[in-house]
Ligand binder design. Structure first.
Ligand code: PAF
Length: 282
């Protein structure tokens, strides 16, 4: 595996890899890799001959009071895991390479990024769309793979990719979960032992609300019960527990088409998110 952090070297390495005409797959990450990321890498191997993983903790997607400085950084261990998984290139640009002095462009996707985390974390999806478009331009992949755990992020990236006429296939991978059901996330590392146990209330609350809705319960009552369950387990504030159209992410009041139930709430100092598919009631 080549570990690169300057752009001319990346471009030369990508060109050399692509000279055999076989597809190149990009897995963008912010590092602190866990089994969820490694499942994306495995999926990448199935999609293409060449795999590039990027690690870049993107300052533009963190708000002023968020966890940019505390975000876990484990580059040496990450590199070891990626090398063992057969990754061809680890792309690790510095902030100065990604955003050189004078950088002035902002990629903003409206609509799909307005609600949910877009409302709770102003500017977050501009930062995500800007860095992902840059990563696409830098690495020039044929396929890019993202986890469904960040479901709204995936929808924003799909919209941006299509709007920008990129010839890149976007693949969404189902959320990887711990045995007890908690969605894998680099931020789980912040949880104390007691919080880690309480965190299970998030997938449970969403799962229970899904079951109720699919049996015909009103969306309002099912989401309210989920909120109460979260509060009873120490979550708060709750940013949202909302049922949305699975594609546009418009909020739904009637379960008449494929939907996604999304939740985000703080547990102590850690903000957790999760989501689950909800099937329309026939
Ligand atoms: O999901 C992430 O890890 C990040 O938001 C991404 C897509 C790598 C952009 O920084």
């Amino acid at each position: 595996m080549q570990t690169l952090s300057d752009l001319p070297a990346l471009r030369a390495a990508v060109q050399a890899l692509k000279s055999d005409g076989k597809p190149l797959v990009l897995v963008p990450t912010m590092g602190a890799l866990h089994d969820g990321h490694m499942a994306l890498v495995e999926e990448a191997r199935r999609h293409g001959r060449h795999v590039v993983v990027s690690i870049f903790v993107n300052p533009k997607q963190f708000g002023p009071n968020e966890d940019l400085d505390a975000y876990p950084r484990r580059e040496a261990k990450d590199a070891q895991m990626l090398g063992a998984a057969g990754v061809d290139i680890l792309w690790m640009p510095t902030v100065a390479v990604m955003y050189p002095a004078g950088f002035a462009t902002n990629v903003s996707v409206t609509g799909v990024s307005d609600g949910l985390d877009g409302a709770a974390r102003p500017g977050h999806f501009n930062g995500v769309a800007t860095v992902v478009l840059k990563l696409f331009n830098q690495v020039q992949p044929d396929v890019a793979i993202f986890g469904e755990k960040d479901y709204q992020q995936l929808a924003v990236i799909r919209r941006m990719n299509s709007d920008m006429d990129n010839d890149i296939e976007i693949v969404g991978m189902p959320t990887q979960r711990a045995e007890d059901g908690l969605a894998l996330s680099s931020r789980n590392a912040y949880l104390s032992e007691a919080e880690r146990k309480a965190a299970l209330a998030l997938p449970r609350a969403l799962g229970e609300a899904k079951r109720q809705m699919e049996k015909g319960a009103s969306i309002a009552s099912a989401t309210e019960k989920a909120r109460i369950l979260l509060e009873n387990h120490g979550f708060g504030p709750i940013d949202y527990v909302t049922l949305c159209d699975a594609e546009t992410l418009e909020e739904m009041t009637v379960l008449d088409r494929p939907a996604r139930l999304l939740g985000a709430a703080k547990l102590g100092k850690t903000r957790l998110i999760d989501n689950i598919a909800v099937a329309p009631v026939r």
